[in-house]
Design a protein around this ligand. Structure first.
Ligand SMILES: Nc1nc2c(ncn2[C@@H]2O[C@H](COP(=O)(O)OP(=O)(O)O)[C@@H](O)[C@H]2O)c(=O)[nH]1
Ligand SMILES: [Mg+2]
Length: 252
């Protein structure tokens, strides 16, 4: 349970997408701070023992969802979001299962949403003094995608669009067409565009980039094409909405 600046008590859930994470999932879950009420682990079709490892976790906050097929990290997060809404969460964060998100940063990530300063907060690793921990190609690609995504959604200050360390308010999430979100690695870009179409406000708290023993399934060159498609479709939707004079549902 976290308290907002207004001293309201808010229920906080953390969604943890996990694909082949038998090694790092237990320590990731053990590191999640006590102020988190619910942890929703989503395994989708990991061919290894990730589901068994998740099910055996002794933390009473954990619930495990297993999808029978590997749809991708975006679909897994959408499914976790739906479950967190059903659990009555007011704020829903996302943390990867490979211990790449510093739990000491969690409060910083959720705070803008808990305090109702923003509808969505996503970490910014590029502005951290240790940003050079990120491999150079990853850093370059991430910066480029951030610029492109920011241009399309009218947020030129957008940085590190690929950071998966995020928090969203249940109120904003209910308006997001989760079933339409990109199912794989381009989902953060798609979510940012769709949130901006709704008029959502976005904050970018600085978080520490963590690179240790984990292995990434993401290949920047392989995601450039699908993400370009997401951005193009987003630009067309924005144009259509503007021509049709559509009202932004979350705009103040
Ligand atoms: N459920 C699910 N989780 C996934 C999938 N792909 C990646 N993940 C998880 O998403 C998180 C980030 O993935 P990763 O490949 O490490 O991406 P990176 O850290 O951005 O390079 C990790 O916790 C993965 O286990 C997937 O297809 N399904
Ligand atoms: Mg990773």
């Amino acid at each position: 349970m976290v308290h907002s600046a207004l001293n309201e008590r808010k229920t906080l859930a953390v969604v943890v997408p996990a694909y082949c994470e038998t090694k790092l999932l237990p320590e990731t879950i053990a590191s999640i701070p006590d102020f988190v009420d619910h942890i929703v682990v989503v395994d989708d079709g990991s061919p290894d023992r990730t589901f068994e490892v998740a099910r055996r976790l002794e933390d009473p906050r954990v619930e495990v969802i297993r999808l029978g097929f590997n749809y991708g990290v975006g679909r897994a997060i959408s499914r976790g979001y739906e479950h967190a809404l059903q659990l009555g969460a007011d704020v829903i964060a996302v943390m990867a299962a490979d211990n790449q998100m510093d739990p000491d940063d969690l409060l910083k990530v959720v705070e803008p949403v808990v305090d109702e300063q923003a509808d969505y907060a996503k970490g910014n690793r590029l502005a951290h003094p240790e940003s050079e921990q990120m491999p150079a190609l990853r850093r370059f690609g991430t910066r480029l995608l951030g610029r492109m995504t920011g241009m399309v959604c009218g947020l030129p200050e957008l940085d590190d669009s690929q950071c998966g360390y995020t928090a969203i308010s249940a109120e904003a999430l209910r308006y997001v067409p989760l079933h339409k979100l990109y199912p794989s690695y381009g989902y953060p870009n798609d979510l940012i565009l769709r949130l901006r179409e709704l008029g959502a406000t976005i904050e970018q708290p600085v978080v520490r980039p963590v690179y240790a023993t984990e292995q990434s399934g993401l290949r920047i060159p392989a995601v450039i094409v699908p993400i370009s498609g997401i951005l193009l479709r987003g630009a067309l939707r924005r144009l259509r909405n503007r021509l049709a004079g559509r009202h932004k549902l979350l705009a103040a």
